[in-house]
Ligand binder design. Structure first.
Ligand code: M7G
Length: 313
């Protein structure tokens, strides 16, 4: 699916999500199988209009605006619709494809109603942990491919190779790699033993502090971003249960992922672990975690049901 001819084979089925704030559409459809034209596999295509690059500012109006149409003109105010010239340096859209897409992907990309749920340690053990363990390893094959150097090797920004505390920092696939104001990179732990926030222990502090330090260094060296310019956070629930940290420009609010009820600041996690006693169950084994869950999420029904049962007791 690397060129426009391949993309044209997409057979549209329905819209999964329409987001006017992110200027994006998520589409469900399929591509015909090259060997067997009757067989198709689901595909998700997310198309997002890119941000206007700040580097275009000086010449935006005299070079890049191709045409305009007046909408209104009152007193000192005017508004128009405009069309830009196409330019190699500034693509119009970023296209993300998941193919073949599983049922979990389709649910993830679909618009859904969010309900806040309270996950007690007991509910974690009874419902969430078995759910995490039930995922086939293929779900995080993309992570394995990055860790083994099979994919995105040329994009690695930093690697700490220690098997226990090591990690890789590289750009998140959501980032366009250009717009510093929406900078989005990620750190992925080498260890496969940390499935989520719930598995973090005091012994992970050196890795967590190192991720913070190195991410700060990298964005300063590469993109000139100063101390405090990053929002580092961990999702609970994440989509992928292999530990990773989201690293985003602190001034970027555009994406859903940094919302309260999903994102936990790395600094807060570090501070909580520092307060943890040296023995006994860790803070993340004892805490009740509250988060927003979409009504299509596989955990939604079991968690809601368990909560109703708890309230009735
Ligand atoms: P998450 O918190 O598990 O789920 O984060 P979310 O997608 O609901 O936020 C996983 C992060 O990994 C997301 O920010 C994705 O954009 C990013 N990501 C996912 N995949 C499949 C890839 C990939 O193949 N390469 C890179 N570089 N990033 C990815």
């Amino acid at each position: 699916l690397k060129d426009v001819e391949a993309l044209k084979q997409f057979r549209f089925e329905r819209i999964l999500n329409e987001d006017p704030f992110a200027h994006s559409l998520a589409l469900l459809g399929s591509f015909p199988d090259a060997e067997d034209p009757d067989a198709t596999q689901s595909a998700i295509i997310r198309v997002e209009k890119t941000a206007l690059p700040a580097s275009f500012a000086p010449t935006l109006l005299n070079q890049f605006v191709k045409d305009v149409q007046l909408m209104e003109n009152t007193n000192i105010y005017t508004w128009l619709m405009g069309w830009l010239k196409s330019s190699r340096e500034a693509p119009d859209v970023k296209i993300n494809i998941v193919y073949p897409a599983t049922e979990t992907h389709i649910r993830k990309y679909s618009s859904q109603d969010i309900t806040m749920v309270h996950e007690t340690p007991e509910l974690y053990q009874k419902i969430v942990k078995p759910y995490i363990i039930s995922f086939p390893p293929s779900r995080t094959q993309w992570v394995e491919d990055i860790l083994s150097g099979k994919s995105e090797a040329d994009k690695i920004l930093h690697k700490d190779p220690s098997p226990e505390d090591g990690y890789i920092i590289l750009p998140d696939m959501k980032w366009d790699l250009i717009t510093v104001s929406s900078l989005y990179i990620m750190a992925i732990a080498l260890s496969r033993n940390i499935r989520s926030l719930r598995d973090l222990r005091k012994k992970h502090l050196p890795m967590l502090r190192s991720i913070h330090r190195e991410a700060t260094r990298i964005v300063k060296e590469r993109w000139g971003l100063g101390e405090g310019s990053l929002r580092l956070f961990v999702h609970y629930q994440p989509s992928y249960y292999h530990f990773h940290v989201h690293i985003m420009n602190a001034n970027y609010y555009g994406l859903m992922g940094s919302t309260v009820g999903q994102a936990h600041l790395l600094d807060d996690i570090i501070s909580l672990l520092e307060l943890d006693p040296d023995s006994g169950p860790s803070i993340f084994e004892r805490v009740t975690l509250t988060y927003g869950l979409g009504d299509l999420h596989a955990l939604y029904e079991p968690l809601r049901k368990a909560q109703v049962e708890l309230q009735q007791q």
